[in-house]
Design a protein around this ligand. Structure first.
Ligand SMILES: *[C@@H]1O[C@H](CO)[C@@H](O)[C@H](O)[C@H]1NC(C)=O
Ligand SMILES: *[C@@H]1O[C@H](CO)[C@@H](O)[C@H](O)[C@H]1NC(C)=O
Ligand SMILES: *[C@@H]1O[C@H](CO)[C@@H](O)[C@H](O)[C@H]1NC(C)=O
Ligand SMILES: *[C@@H]1O[C@H](CO)[C@@H](O)[C@H](O)[C@H]1NC(C)=O
Ligand SMILES: *[C@@H]1O[C@H](CO)[C@@H](O)[C@H](O)[C@H]1NC(C)=O
Ligand SMILES: *[C@@H]1O[C@H](CO)[C@@H](O)[C@H](O)[C@H]1NC(C)=O
Ligand SMILES: *[C@@H]1O[C@H](CO)[C@@H](O)[C@H](O)[C@H]1NC(C)=O
Length: 563
């Protein structure tokens, strides 16, 4: 009798969830994922295409819409996709990380369903399996404000997605072989690509985008590369920064902008110069010699319909040698402010919008390091180098067999004395639901790091050189820091973020550098709803693929009820 009652409650609550979803429109996509052969930096090579396209199709939607992507895996390797920056409220099931999802097997399809709840801004998707990201398979996600919500700038004439990346000529499987060998890293990229272009500034490229004189365009940039921070600029045109990773910003003009791995931002550019062709130039940062690539932007009407090629003189990159380059870049980070009066979907509906007045309940200091384990290169956070498990962590937890797969809190909340002693094991932190946490990323290494946290946006309150101490808290930006989903940490520096663990799920915190991520510089944060309520987390989707030790286990009764 009691059991029946519980079941019917579960049924009712399921209806409840479905009804809530139905209020918002659905957007459907069908993706065919295949291998293709493209010549992106002058050499034909294997790439991953989606519906025959490189980059993949743009997901264009509005706040709160439900996105349904039916992915057909037509390559001969298992694959997964993640949605970088999409918070997946109550729904880490759709995050597409090996710690949550069993990969989509070759010849099969899987349908991702998620809602872009309370979000606006620029995001992207990419494959998270193997080193597939090195072959492409990525694309843009644009989330617009809902129709009646005012946007703090005039509606642009058009939007252009610009996915920029460092690029290697070796195939993803050859690169994987190098990393699996454990003797060396990926070294230098062969070039830079801007969508599918890698112009050399010789005036020979077809235009990437066309602008009408006098009109204003929104360019949404994302750095989808593997290893390199990039700097973007236009010949003879300023960029008005309007959005960073889901927050409207105070609108300052920049002549060039640094975009680190995994980061996205939007700028407005007005076609107010002499009508001709211009270059968009992308430079690598913090490495010598600097690489560059160009893409041509055309004005639609030039005098007499003639094409006037861009000036061959490229505007110079900002200072590229540390420490000047780092000081320049930190200054630019400090100039980014959130527009506090712009209306848009709020990042943290639970009230951490006034984040400056919330008490911090936990401080997690995380330091990166590189070393070798059994003679092979590994990367670690506080000395733990994460290793994916055959049974996804989330599934092990859900089926009640977590203890057979991983151990919680093997990483401590502060760096060990000896960062060079690295242990390889699954790295899972136990987060407490609704804790307001401070995470300090510490970088005593020589290379820049860029981190991404799934499931949350966070306030990026400080980036400073030197070593962090509690005294630094008085210099945090506690008023108008940008709420975003990734942050860079310069060599010999630290960065501080604040966020509320108000989204139950199993969430990935990762170095966005592909080789570091692949070789262990990542972890998962398990945040469980203490009330086991569907208001806090959705149940496992009905047709969720199972693998590892849970593959043949009976599905447990729904963990969450309506109460
Ligand atoms: C791509 O095509 C070129 C010639 O069109 C061929 O030489 C090369 O082997 C192909 N590469 C792959 C990875 O299929
Ligand atoms: C993207 O969505 C927005 C908002 O719905 C719409 O105004 C715009 O035309 C769409 N863009 C494309 C290229 O479909
Ligand atoms: C696979 O695609 C078919 C046809 O579109 C669809 O009916 C089915 O639900 C999909 N299967 C999964 C697991 O998503
Ligand atoms: C901030 O947003 C408001 C409201 O949309 C807008 O009027 C204002 O111009 C914006 N301020 C800046 C500095 O961008
Ligand atoms: C851009 O790269 C080319 C080599 O591809 C180099 O010759 C040129 O000097 C670079 N330009 C700038 C401004 O750095
Ligand atoms: C935050 O902490 C201070 C000092 O410990 C305390 O006085 C205050 O009541 C706390 N505020 C909240 C909202 O808990
Ligand atoms: C995780 O943290 C919660 C709250 O602090 C605690 O109740 C729970 O026992 C912890 N779980 C593990 C496995 O450490």
């Amino acid at each position: 009798m009691f059991k029946k009652l519980v079941l019917s409650f579960v049924f009712v609550s399921w209806l409840f969830v479905v009804r809530v979803h139905c209020e918002d429109p659905y957007v459907f996509f069908k993706w065919h994922v295949t291998f293709g052969n493209l010549s992106l930096v002058g050499v034909p090579q294997q790439v991953i295409l989606i519906n025959g396209k490189f980059p993949g199709p743009t997901i264009n939607c509005s706040t709160n819409e439900n996105i349904v992507v039916n992915v057909f895996n037509e390559i001969n390797e298992p694959i997964l996709f993640t949605w970088n920056g999409i918070r997946q409220r109550k729904n880490s099931w759709q995050d597409g990380r090996p710690g949550v999802n069993c990969p989509i097997q070759p010849g099969t399809n899987y349908t991702y369903k998620f809602q872009v709840k309370d979000q606006i801004g620029s995001f992207f998707y990419y494959p998270t399996t193997s080193l597939h990201r090195a072959a492409g398979g990525y694309g843009a996600i644009n989330v617009h404000s809902r129709p009646k919500i005012p946007v703090p700038f005039d509606w642009p004439a058009e939007e252009f997605n610009v996915l920029i990346a460092d690029w290697y000529i070796k195939s993803h499987s050859a690169l994987k072989k190098i990393l699996d060998g454990g003797k060396r890293t990926l070294r230098r990229p062969a070039g830079i690509i801007i969508n599918d272009k890698s112009g050399k500034g010789d005036g020979k490229d077809e235009p990437l985008f066309t602008m009408q004189p006098g009109l204003t365009y929104r360019f949404r940039f994302c750095n989808v590369g593997l290893k390199t921070s990039l700097n973007v600029r236009f010949q003879d045109h300023d960029m008005k920064l309007v959005e960073i990773e889901g927050s409207h910003t105070v609108q300052y003009d920049y002549d060039s902008l640094d975009i680190h791995l995994g980061q996205c931002l939007s700028v407005l550019v007005t076609a107010d110069q002499e009508p001709k062709d211009y270059y968009l130039v992308v430079y690598t940062r913090f490495r010598k010699p600097s690489l560059n690539a160009t893409a041509t932007i055309r004005y639609a009407s030039t005098p007499d319909g003639m094409v006037v090629r861009p000036s061959a003189e490229l505007p110079p990159p900002p200072p590229n040698d540390p420490p000047l380059a780092i000081a320049w870049s930190i200054n630019q980070f400090r100039s980014f402010k959130r527009n506090l009066t712009a209306s848009a979907a709020r990042p943290n509906p639970q009230g951490s919008y006034r984040y400056g007045s919330i008490n911090i309940t936990r401080t997690i200091r995380i330091a990166s390091s590189a070393g070798t384990v059994n003679g092979k290169i590994r990367y670690a956070l506080n000395g733990i180098s994460h290793e994916d498990t055959e049974t996804p962590l989330k599934l092990a937890e859900y089926f009640g067999v977590a203890d057979k797969v991983f151990e919680y809190n093997s990483m401590k909340d502060k760096p060990p004395d000896n960062l060079n002693r690295i242990v390889v094991k699954p790295n899972v932190l136990n987060g407490t639901y609704r804790n307001f946490v401070e995470i300090i990323f510490e970088n005593s290494e020589k290379s820049i790091q860029s981190y991404h946290l799934s499931g949350y946006t966070f306030f990026a309150v400080a980036i400073e050189s030197g070593k962090w101490s509690p005294k630094n808290r008085k210099d945090y930006n506690m008023i108008d820091a940008v709420s975003r989903y990734s942050i860079q940490v310069y060599p010999g520096s630290w960065a501080a973020i604040l966020t509320a663990f108000d989204n139950a799920g199993m969430w990935n915190l990762r170095a966005q550098t592909l080789e570091r991520n692949y070789l262990g510089q990542q972890l998962y944060i398990s945040v469980l709803s203490p009330e086991k309520s569907l208001r806090d987390e959705y149940n496992i989707p009905e047709t969720f693929p199972l693998c590892g030790i849970v593959e043949d286990m009976p599905m447990p009764p729904p963990a969450y009820t309506m109460f």
